[in-house]
Design a protein around this ligand. Structure first.
Ligand SMILES: [Zn+2]
Length: 179
């Protein structure tokens, strides 16, 4: 694929990568909050400094940028310095896998959500699946094997987003701890 980003755009993209409060993260956090989940952010004492940590449910959520973390969907593969980026991204992928394995070994459920799963088109479906994954974790709280949840991709979904109101989720009683 052609690299359509200018140098400056690329720089902005890269500098945002380790950043906080990215738009996809905010989508997930806002949804969790409305569902009554309480969480901590960027917990440094855990491997990989997870974006969202719900201690009560022994669950961490990583909201991964597709480029930096090497999602297969990625359409912005640079042609300039391709080898450099490939090496960098595969190192990131290895580090992600290592951190996730460490977390699971320590008894944490690991949920990975990709940026592309949170586009306006895919968001609703992805949040539904997140809801399912969390429900499973809550139901199996005692005696559950720590698992890694990967939500499916929905690149082919063409349903209009406006067809369903997001308020359908409603508000429920708090299920989490105090943030
Ligand atoms: Zn992606």
């Amino acid at each position: 694929m052609a690299d359509r980003m200018t140098r400056e755009q690329r720089h902005r993209c890269m500098s945002r990568i380790r950043g906080r409060d990215t738009k996809p993260e905010l989508v997930v956090r806002r949804w969790l909050w409305h569902q009554g989940f309480r969480y901590r952010l960027y917990v440094k004492s855990l491997p990989g400094r997870p974006d969202i940590v719900m201690r009560k449910w022994r669950t961490v959520i990583f909201v991964n940028g597709c480029f930096w973390h090497g999602h297969e969907c990625n359409k912005h593969r640079p042609e300039t310095n391709a080898q450099f980026w490939q090496d960098k991204i595969s190192r990131n992928r290895e580090r992600d896998a290592r951190n996730q394995a460490l977390l699971q070994a320590a008894g944490w459920h690991v949920i990975v959500i990709w940026e592309c799963q949170l586009t306006p088109k895919n968001r609703l479906q992805t949040l539904r699946e997140l809801d399912l994954a969390l429900s499973r974790i809550i139901l199996e709280k005692n005696g559950a094997q720590p698992q890694r949840y990967t939500l499916p991709d929905h690149e082919d979904i063409e349903a209009p987003v406006a067809a369903e109101s997001t308020t359908a989720y409603g508000k429920s009683a708090p299920r989490g701890e105090k943030a």
